[in-house]
Design a binder for this molecule. Sequence first.
Ligand code: ADE
Ligand code: ZN
Length: 328
Amino acid sequence: MTTEHPAGAMTAREFYSGLPKAHLHVHLEAAMRESTLRQWCSDDGIAVPPLVSYPDFTRFLAAYGVLIGLLRTPERVARLLDEVMADAAAQGVVALEFASIPEKAAAFGSAEDALEFILPTAIEAGRRHGVWTGAIVSIDRGAGPEHALEAARLAARFADRGVVAVGLVADERGNPVADAAGAFAIAREAGLGVVPHAGELAGPEEVRAALELGVDRIQHGVRAVEDPRVLELLAERGTCLDVCPTSNVVLDVYPSLEEHPLPRLLEAGVRCSINADDPLLFGADVVDEYVLAEERTGVPREVLTRCARTSIEASFAPEEVKSRTLAG
Ligand code: ADE
Ligand code: ZN
């Protein structure tokens, strides 16, 4: 009898698909399946946006904008959520924290209406596929201080209905994390987590500034490697970085996966989770990210298994989900 792989020769993809993990840094619209993207673009008579190659961050955001524009009916949003949860389950994701900018959801009359629909639909889709899920309300750092406060107040109103945290997205350069201090205070007051993007397009000073604001986790944060004191602070506090290696290469933060600082962050004792950020736009899902981290950045499998454990521990999933998964 022949089998596809001899006993004991499980592929890396099989190993990491079976490893229970939390996916903590993923933007909802960019977790769309490529087949769904192509179908909707064809139905709407628009060009498929570029995938995986962006001359600059602005062009990346433009591709992202096309995805947002496709979500113009509640039916499409519901289908997206169902497919995202089904794919997460197939990737061994037991807890999924998806980021979304509710006021950009064109299918709904208001940001409030968007969350009224997205949250229960996501939770129900997660239940169908066996995935716990929570939403991160993204603050668009380019949209000004009023927007930041408004987004935080909105998130706060949904704190007991599926929103777990506020995030901070788009271009860091010229939009420092400290500008969102007031918004973060509102979120914290409502019992929400705070998980900004920092130390991606800007340097380690932004990671330090985020730490000074008392954030729960940092999305990316990788450029902390440029300052040993910031690395030390991260390790000391145990703040988790939600790292996305492929994203950092596609968006030119690092020239290649081989030069990605993930091994150095882990060696410095920084807690890291492994994530896909925008899987459709970067061409790698969360399982690919683990495989690439092993094969291209050279982090050993035992250490990546620890990253999966960290992802569960650092998530906002209920204790009962965490302890059940960690016990396994
Ligand atoms: N929004 C989606 N992906 C992002 C990234 N990598 N950086 C900042 N904002 C984003
Ligand atoms: Zn991101």
